[in-house]
Design a protein around this ligand. Sequence first.
Ligand SMILES: Cc1cc2nc3c(=O)[nH]c(=O)nc-3n(C[C@H](O)[C@H](O)[C@H](O)COP(=O)(O)O)c2cc1C
Length: 171
Amino acid sequence: MDTFLAIASRREVRSYSGEPISDEVVHTILEAGRVAGSGVNRQPWRFVVVRSRQLLDDLATTVYAPHNLLGAELFVAIVVGDGRIQTFDAGRAAQNMMLAGWNAGVGSCPNGFQDDGRAAKLLGLDDPSSLFVGLSFGYPARPRRPEQRTAEAWLTRAKRLPLDELVLAWL
Ligand SMILES: Cc1cc2nc3c(=O)[nH]c(=O)nc-3n(C[C@H](O)[C@H](O)[C@H](O)COP(=O)(O)O)c2cc1C
């Protein structure tokens, strides 16, 4: 898929079909996270990869939107230290993974934790505050076809602030 079409057409996908995600696609998603750039190339992120149905269901009780995990085939918890640069870096890795998934037809959604203590325990982590966000992945329940519109048409439909509100100044 064209890179800009992937960026413009991607929206969060929260309902999944249940179709398994192959090892190869999971690997591609993780490689996309691994290759993200980071401040001074510190690569401050670590990933906990969950594919076990039981654990996905257990983790569903720890996020704000349990439905996102109950149907997901893959969950990647992103673990990172404190600080603006590190969270920025983790965001870059997260978006890379979600776009790589989208390129393979896999939808995704970021998930915040309402019970990060229990989530950390389930994920085998000592420090709940290191849990930045978790990404749920799965093939969309309602098939999405990025190629059905141009990138420009996807941009027009996006519920986002217009550029003239976002750009504070052209200097
Ligand atoms: C850090 C972060 C946490 C989020 N947490 C949740 C969440 O807990 N549950 C959820 O369904 N969506 C979550 N989202 C997704 C946002 O709601 C979503 O990006 C926004 O509404 C735009 O959605 P769209 O791309 O489908 O238009 C989160 C997004 C971010 C960046």
